[in-house]
Structure formats: structure tokens, C-alpha cells
Design a binder for this molecule. Structure first.
Ligand code: HEM
Length: 419
């Protein structure tokens, strides 16, 4: 173990980075790793863990030494479009699929995000209390992606169930785990629906992401990857393997864009409740929203971790990382690293600079970061405009689901003066 600075085994906290419960209260363990075991060997899961800002950054930026191609999750090696590709293919593919995410497209969406947010706020405004997650936070990210893709409104509820089921499959190694079956079923149903949409848009294009991507794909710009190399096979007969890359990107999109932003919103409300003076500051000076959004992403860190696989045996701060071993990056810990952030456990809406790693860093930097930031900004603007005192009551501990990938706040009681 690296850099243990005289700690004995007795002092070593129990760290199991695949256990969702570890993330219920990981702060002391994070600090311990940063201080005493900066390249930490998690013996149970047989992988290395980096927790300092500097080290997460090193691993994420050096994609030649730390490859994403074997998957970015510790347990399941499911390939998922660009997130599990290395350069140069990754950049080539990303350039094409990101055509749906240009700053202009996001700016065009902002007005719509505002309308959607306003409607949802209006629905709860007279009630005085809500469960913020199912009644509020899940809606905006879901509606935005559904509309971007060009899905019918009635598909949304199913989209929510599919995306959650696919996320819940994370971390399960037992092939009989019910979560894995549910994830596979959701994957099958969702990709079948996407295939049908691709076929429809291929025949009659519309002004939506699926039409854009299908056209690009058919023009031969998107690389054809070999689906037989995948560890997760598409088994549905009605799916065209020719459209494999397109389908996998649509899976990535729904998984990456949904629970992430939802947890940023729920975590953001928790932050504003714990630091009411920061909310007052923001309400008094709305121009602080720009820095507040990044601070929400830093303080909350909705994505807990992603991993890479070492392509060569090498030393990192005294640890020998062997070729083929996995290295897990703990974003929450990096974002609370006192070596980089003053007073890291304090939520400050005017924190600037704020070099957080909540969206990752380097070649895989979140493709939806602009969209996610627009959603967070608009939602809190609309929420505080109508319900300025909305808060999580004191003493409430948010209920977390079984995830070692996202924050997974499933339920969050909130109260406010009815408007
Ligand atoms: C607050 C919300 C979000 C957070 C915290 C977040 C976080 C992240 C992180 C940490 C990565 C890096 C993965 C890695 O290095 O392996 C990533 C990648 C990605 N994210 Fe996000 N994300 C958010 C919202 C979104 C949204 C709304 C979308 C799309 C609609 C999206 C799409 C993607 C995609 C496609 C990638 C892969 C990029 C690549 O591999 O080049 N994300 N995200």
C-alpha cells in the first residue's frame, strides 16, 4: 500500500468501493485515503483507488496509460459507446455524436427547460410539502432528453424506469442478481424502441437527435465497431446489428443524462438547506448563479466514480500498478480535497475559481456538461423565484438507493411556504 505514513492496520477504515452503503457517509474514509493512502489498494474488490484531486486528474488525463476500453465500471465490463473507447476512435466518434450537443442546441433548449421547470414548480407550488425526487427532480432531465431525442411524451414514464433499471445493474457481479436481469430487460426494451425510432426517422427525418444521428451514421461518418467483441450482446432479433453503435450511444445518453442531473438537483437542494445564508446570497444577487451551478456540482458530485484499466505496469506515488489492474477515481473525494479547495466542506455559491472534477477531466469530459449546467441553473432560478424558502427539514437524512455509481437520492422530503 502506498504512502501509509505509519498507519497501522487497526487505523485503516473499512473501505469497499463497490458497496453502495460505503457512500452513505464516506467523508472520513475519503479524508483518510487522501492523507494516508493516496493510491489505495481495495483488497476486497482488487482494484486501486485514487482520491486526491491531483491523482484523479492524472488518471483521467492520461488515457494512454489508463484505458477506458475495458469499461468504466469496476464490476461490469459493459461497453457503452464513446465512454468506453480510447483515442483516436473515441475522439473521432465523439466529434460526430456531439453534433446534437452544440452550445447553440443547448441555448435553444434553455427556453424550453424554463417552461418545463415552471410547469413543474406550478404543480407543487400550493402544497407546502413534496417528496422532491419523484415529484420534482426526476422530471426535468427526463423531459429534456426525451424531447431532444424526439420521443413521444407517453414514453417518458417508461424511459424513467428503463434508465433507473440500467443504472441499478451497476456493481452486481452475480449473474443471477435480479438487478442484472432487470437491467438486461430494460436494455432490451429501450434499444428495441430506439431501433423502431431509427427506422422511422430513416424513412422520414424530423428535427431531432435521432434523425441527426441516423443521418450522420448512414453517411458513413460514425465508425462501425464490431459488436461481436462486446461482452453484452444485443439479443433481440428485431435489432439491426448495423445500427449497433447508434443504439449504444442512445443507451449511454439515457443513462448518463438522467440520474446524474436528477441527483445534482436533489443534492443542490440539500446544500441550500444546509447553508441557508448561501441561498440568501443567491436570491439577493442572481448573477451568482453562474458560480453557484459549478459549486453545486462540486459539493454534490452526483457521479461517485468511474474507473480505468492500466495499460502498462508502472509506479504511482509508491504503489506498483500492474498492467490490467483497475484504477477507480473518486470524484466526490477529489472535489473535497483541501489541497485544492479552501474550506472544502463548505458550500459557497461564489466559489471562484472552482476547478472541480464533477464532470471528469480530459478526453472523456462530460459531453452533457453544458446541458446539465443549463438545467441546474434554470431549475433553481424557477424554483427560488416561486418558492424561495423551499428546504429539506432539519434532521432529515436523505434516502439513498443501492448505487456505487451515482448519489442515488431516491426520496427527499421538502417543505415551503405555499405560493
Ligand atoms: C450534473 C450532471 C452530470 C454529471 C455530474 C456528469 C458526470 C460525468 C462524468 C464524471 C463523466 C466522465 C466519465 C469518464 O471520465 O469516464 C461524464 C461523461 C459523459 N456524460 Fe455526463 N454528467 C452529467 C450530465 C450529463 C448529461 C445531461 C448528459 C447527456 C444528456 C451526459 C452525457 C455524458 C456523455 C455522453 C459522457 C461520455 C463522454 C465521453 O466519453 O467522451 N452527462 N459525465
Amino acid at each position: 500500500m502506498a504512502d501509509t505514513e505509519g498507519m497501522t492496520a487497526v487505523d485503516t477504515p473499512l473501505i469497499d468501493v463497490n458497496d453502495p452503503r460505503f457512500y452513505d457517509d464516506p467523508w472520513d474514509a475519503y479524508r483518510w485515503m487522501r492523507d494516508h493512502s493516496r493510491v489505495h489498494w481495495d483488497a476486497k474488490n482488487e482494484l486501486w483507488v485514487v482520491s486526491r484531486h491531483e491523482d484523479v486528474s492524472t488518471v483521467s488525463r492520461n488515457s494512454a496509460r489508463y484505458s477506458a476500453a475495458a469499461g468504466v465500471r469496476p464490476a461490469v465490463a459493459a461497453p457503452m459507446s464513446i465512454i468506453s473507447m480510447d483515442d483516436p476512435e473515441h475522439t473521432q466518434q465523439r466529434r460526430i455524436v456531439s453534433k446534437g450537443f452544440t452550445p447553440k442546441k443547448v441555448a435553444d433548449l434553455a427556453d424550453h427547460i424554463r417552461e418545463v421547470s415552471r410547469d413543474i414548480v406550478a404543480e407543487i407550488a400550493s402544497r407546502g410539502e413534496v417528496d422532491f425526487v419523484p415529484e420534482f427532480a426526476i422530471h426535468v432531465p427526463l423531459i429534456v432528453i426525451a424531447e431532444m431525442m424526439g420521443l413521444d411524451p407517453e414514453v417518458r414514464q417508461r424511459l424513467y424506469a428503463w434508465s433507473d433499471a440500467m443504472m441499478d445493474g451497476d456493481g452486481h457481479t452475480d449473474p443471477d442478481a435480479p438487478q442484472l436481469h432487470a437491467a438486461a430487460e430494460a436494455f432490451g426494451e429501450y434499444t428495441a424502441m430506439c431501433q423502431q425510432l431509427i427506422d422511422e426517422r430513416r424513412a422520414v427525418p424530423k428535427d431531432d437527435l435521432i434523425s441527426t444521428l441516423t443521418a450522420t451514421f448512414d453517411a458513413g461518418e460514425l465508425l462501425k465497431l464490431d459488436p461481436s467483441a462486446a461482452t453484452v450482446q444485443i439479443e433481440q432479433e428485431q435489432l439491426s446489428l448495423d445500427d449497433y453503435e447508434l443504439l449504444m450511444f442512445l443507451v449511454l445518453l439515457i443513462v448518463a443524462g438522467n440520474e446524474t442531473t436528477r441527483n445534482a438537483l436533489s443534492g443542490g437542494l440539500i446544500a441550500f438547506s444546509r447553508f441557508p445564508e448561501e441561498r440568501d446570497k443567491l436570491v439577493a444577487d442572481p448573477s451568482l448563479m453562474e458560480t453557484a451551478v459549478d459549486e453545486i456540482v462540486r459539493y454534490v458530485s452526483p457521479v461517485l466514480s468511474f474507473c480505468r484499466t492500466a495499460t502498462e505496469t508502472h509506479e504511482l506515488h509508491g504503489a506498483t500498478i500492474e498492467e490490467g489492474q483497475k484504477v477507480l477515481m473518486l470524484y466526490q473525494s477529489a472535489n473535497r480535497d483541501e489541497r485544492v479547495f479552501d474550506d472544502p466542506d463548505t458550500f459557497r455559491v461564489d466559489r471562484n475559481p472552482n476547478p472541480h472534477l464533477g464532470f471528469g477531466i480530459g478526453t472523456h469530459y462530460c459531453m452533457g456538461a453544458n446541458l446539465a449546467k443549463a438545467e441546474i441553473r434554470v431549475v433553481f432560478e424557477e424554483l427560488f423565484a416561486r418558492l424561495p424558502d423551499i428546504r429539506v427539514p432539519d434532521g432529515v437524512t436523505p434516502a439513498r438507493g443501492d448505487s456505487a455509481l451515482v448519489l442515488a437520492i431516491n426520496s427527499l422530503p421538502a417543505i415551503f411556504t405555499p405560493a
